[in-house]
Design a protein around this ligand. Structure first.
Ligand SMILES: Cc1cc2nc3c(=O)[nH]c(=O)nc-3n(C[C@H](O)[C@H](O)[C@H](O)COP(=O)(O)O)c2cc1C
Length: 364
């Protein structure tokens, strides 16, 4: 039997206290209305994780403006006050069951496959995205060739993150998480092959992390000190699972070291298997490197649904919180079940995902 004691103890992140260290990972549902409004289905979905004992819920990636940020049709937005207003139902459902909730703010960048506001995509550089659109989200064929985003538009993007964060705060979210992972806009800036810019946002790793840092700084200025701000970081992308930072540990040092000097409250690290070495050349996982170089609280994600895996990464001090994706979908009451010593359900895409799942799309 693994020692799950610490896993179920409270943890302070930013200025808030989580009742335990187990969270739900951000997971896109495409179950909002066409106009990006929250539906009752979403209220019930998020509420049920809170009822099931999770201390923290991070929402699905939510688009931030009416320009180029939307990723999928029927994705929820927080681009307008009216959309924010509807999210309050989700916040209230989660809070009334005693959990905390962060909103994941997403700008899709090159990987949009359904944006009702635009017929083109923007990215750091005009580079054809690898792979094909995700069938799971009803996409088909190659991604569009993005247009290089201008400096003026980069300012717009930062402002959109700021406005979205202010809206999230105003309706009671406990924090926001910038989606800096998986190939979307912020990660596309971070990634060498999608960022071929010659200005201050391209070239060196220090330059490629600049937009992430500036966004964090702008959001912090707007929301104040008492609102939790995190960022999600990965190496892999939804359209390039096996990608690794070419500068390996040196890149990790620069990226996490730079993020650690900002006013961020946490880094959420996602890898296919959170405990595995990040690079062939060393033994440390990305989670360990993130903690070492940033000195910030770390949320770990990636196949941690076995209680012994989840507690090991917390007990050995590598991470402070774990999030579960597929394990949470299969067990909305994962926390209660583990606390009561009840058996867990295996993840079965047919049962818990809609539309018909192509689960390999999510082997991140
Ligand atoms: C259905 C589904 C939707 C997802 N949507 C998002 C998302 O909106 N934002 C994000 O950062 N990751 C997203 N992911 C990735 C998960 O947050 C998580 O990193 C991944 O499932 C691996 O964790 P796991 O092994 O616990 O499932 C999604 C994963 C799944 C299965």
């Amino acid at each position: 039997m693994s020692d799950t004691k610490l896993l179920f103890e409270p943890f302070n992140i930013g200025k808030i206290t989580l009742k335990n260290r187990v969270g739900v990972a951000p997971m896109t549902r495409i179950s909002a209305t066409e106009e990006g409004f929250v539906t009752n289905k979403m209220v019930n979905y998020y509420g049920s994780f809170a009822e099931g004992g999770f201390g923290l819920i991070i929402t699905e990636g939510t688009y931030i403006d009416d320009k180029y940020s939307q990723t999928y049709y029927d994705q929820p937005g927080i681009a307008f006050d009216e959309q924010a207003h509807e999210w309050k139902k989700v916040v209230d459902a989660v809070h009334s069951a005693g959990s905390k909730i962060f909103m994941q703010l997403q700008h899709t960048g090159p990987l949009s496959q359904g944006n009702r506001f635009a017929n083109e995509t923007v990215a750091p550089s005009s580079v054809q995205p690898k792979g094909e659109q995700l069938k799971f989200y009803l996409g088909e064929g190659p991604f569009r060739l993005p247009r290089e985003i201008t400096i003026e538009e980069i300012v717009d993007v930062k402002n959109s993150f700021v406005d979205a964060a202010k809206r999230a705060k105003s309706i009671g979210f406990d924090g926001i998480e910038l989606h800096g992972a998986n190939g979307y806009l912020l990660d596309a800036f971070l990634t060498e092959y999608t960022n071929q810019r010659n200005d201050e946002y391209g070239g060196t790793t220090e330059n490629r992390v600049r937009l992430l840092v500036e966004t964090i700084q702008d959001v912090r200025k707007a929301v104040g000190e008492d609102f939790t701000i995190g960022i999600r970081i990965s190496q892999s992308k939804v359209n390039d699972y096996t990608y690794k930072w070419s500068g390996k540990e040196q890149d990790a040092k620069i990226i996490f070291g730079t993020l650690g000097k900002t006013s961020l409250d946490y880094i959420h690290v996602t890898e296919y298997k959170a405990w595995k070495p990040a690079f062939e050349t060393g033994k440390d996982s990305l989670v360990v490197l993130a903690k070492e170089y940033s000195q910030l609280p770390i949320i770990a994600n990636g196949q941690l649904e076995k209680p012994e895996r989840a507690s090991e990464i917390i007990n050995n001090g590598h991470a402070d919180i774990v999030t579960l994706g597929k394990g949470a979908l299969a067990n909305h009451d994962w926390v209660k079940k583990v606390q009561n010593g009840e058996p867990l359900e295996e993840f079965d895409p047919e049962k818990v995902l809609q539309p018909t799942a192509v689960i390999k799309d999510f082997e991140l």
